[in-house]
Design a protein around this ligand. Structure first.
Ligand code: ADP
Ligand code: MG
Length: 397
């Protein structure tokens, strides 16, 4: 993959950057700004090289039309605050490739940054039709001289601003994409052992394919979060009102049969009658979940057991919270796992938007971990062994 250095002298050049600025926003207030911060080094590098930096990005799912609920305006503001100490001015265009974008590019000075409005306001961005995506990519390409792909969280998407535009302009991978890929390579090619993978979160079906591939590579696979109950049910246990994906039971039974003792399930579960932060919580054995309750976290005994596996490992990849960490009563398992990751003597990687948000919300510093990935879906697909279109296209000439 070409790097920014391979693009030559960028002074005065218009550089289109695809960043991942998809942060949680509620009532115009940004929650965790980790992704904005992660995008800064590439933007600073380009601006300091004298480039005119044009950033395209998405926020949420506005369904292909302008929708003020998904405007990137608050992100532009935050970006401006974060780049101000560097002496870099940030402008904002109120459309994707229209009049506002074109005028703003015209007026952009060397060393300045322009953020274009949410690229998903344009229905062509996510179109399945190559010609439609190509037309938007042409409009984006017309704004710039070269393209830098730095939105690691979207490189698994075949979208106009990620994939098609790279075929229209001289292109390179940004520093964030390079750094993420380097870590993922370490996880897939000859990881130091023991190699422990911790999976949790809400959707078993999303993460099943990765389990398949990881079972062959990892020494232990610890399962927590909402996924647990499909595994417990597959073993024939009652799971009450817990999250359950019935249509995945057969596949999960297969994993349990093939995995030997590689798959480690929690032995105790924190349950409550309702999905509410103040619902009275109790700890029960994992094989004795009452029919009228639901599991919302792994229990303290499981937290200790998981932590012991993790802290003794040389390589750890963790994706997906162990419980409903957003509610303090059900954050214990996630906290135990996060703490153990900080104690790993080796490589510890946190992947996934909610997992990254969880460790920050629970008060852990970013640098307590070896690496916090900005891309959940992208890192999982990479670990599954899939080809990511947004990376593959960067290897083309
Ligand atoms: P990531 O973004 O890190 O990949 P996911 O999106 O897969 O993680 O899952 C995160 C969500 O899973 C969190 O919002 C959390 O509340 C939820 N979750 C974790 N454990 C449970 C559970 N036992 N029941 C329901 N939801 C859960
Ligand atoms: Mg998530």
């Amino acid at each position: 993959m070409k790097t920014i250095e391979d693009l030559g002298d960028l002074a005065g050049q218009r550089v289109l950057v695809r960043s991942d600025l998809n942060v949680p926003i509620k009532d115009e207030v940004i929650g965790d700004d980790g992704r904005i911060r992660a995008s800064l080094p590439t933007l600073i590098k380009l601006a300091k090289a004298g480039a005119k930096v044009i950033v395209t990005a998405h926020l949420g799912r506005p369904k292909g039309e302008p929708n003020p609920a998904y405007t990137l305006a608050p992100v532009a503001k935050r970006l401006g605050e974060l780049l101000q100490p560097e002496g870099i001015t940030v402008h904002f265009a109120t459309d994707v490739t229209g009049e506002s974008a074109q005028e703003a590019v015209q007026e952009l000075d060397e060393g300045e940054v322009l953020l274009l409005e949410n690229v998903r306001y344009d229905p062509r961005e996510e179109s399945k039709d190559e010609a439609e995506r190509g037309a938007l990519a042409d409009e984006l390409a017309a704004l710039a001289d070269v393209f830098v792909s730095d939105g690691f969280g979207v490189v698994h998407r075949k979208q106009a601003s990620v994939y098609d535009v790279a075929r229209k302009l001289p292109h390179a991978a940004g520093g964030l994409v390079l750094a993420e890929v380097e870590v993922l390579k370490k996880l897939t090619e000859d990881p130091a052992r023991p190699y422990v993978v911790v999976l949790g979160g809400a959707k078993v079906s999303d993460k099943l394919a990765v389990i398949d591939n990881l079972l062959a590579k990892a020494d232990k696979l610890l399962i927590g979060g909402g996924m647990v109950f499909t595994f417990l049910k597959a073993q024939g246990h009652e799971v009450g009102k817990s999250l359950l994906e019935e249509d995945q039971l057969d596949i999960v039974r297969g994993y349990l049969k093939d995995a030997g003792d590689k798959i480690v399930l929690p032995t105790d579960i924190v349950v409550a009658p309702e999905f509410k932060g103040d619902s009275p919580a109790t700890v029960v054995a994992a094989d004795a979940i009452p029919a009228d309750q639901l599991g919302l976290d792994i229990g303290p005994e499981s937290g200790k057991a998981f932590a012991a596996e993790i802290s003794g490992a040389k390589t750890v990849f963790w994706n997906g919270p162990m419980g409903v960490f957003e509610m303090a009563a059900f954050a214990g398992g996630t906290k135990a796992v996060a703490q153990a990751l900080t104690e790993v003597d080796g490589l510890s990687v946190v992947g996934g938007g909610d997992s990254a948000a969880a460790v920050r919300q629970l008060g852990f510093a970013d640098d307590a971990f070896g690496h916090i990935s900005t891309g959940g879906g992208a890192s999982l697909e990479y670990l599954e062994g899939k080809e990511l279109p947004g990376l593959a296209v960067l290897e083309e000439d």
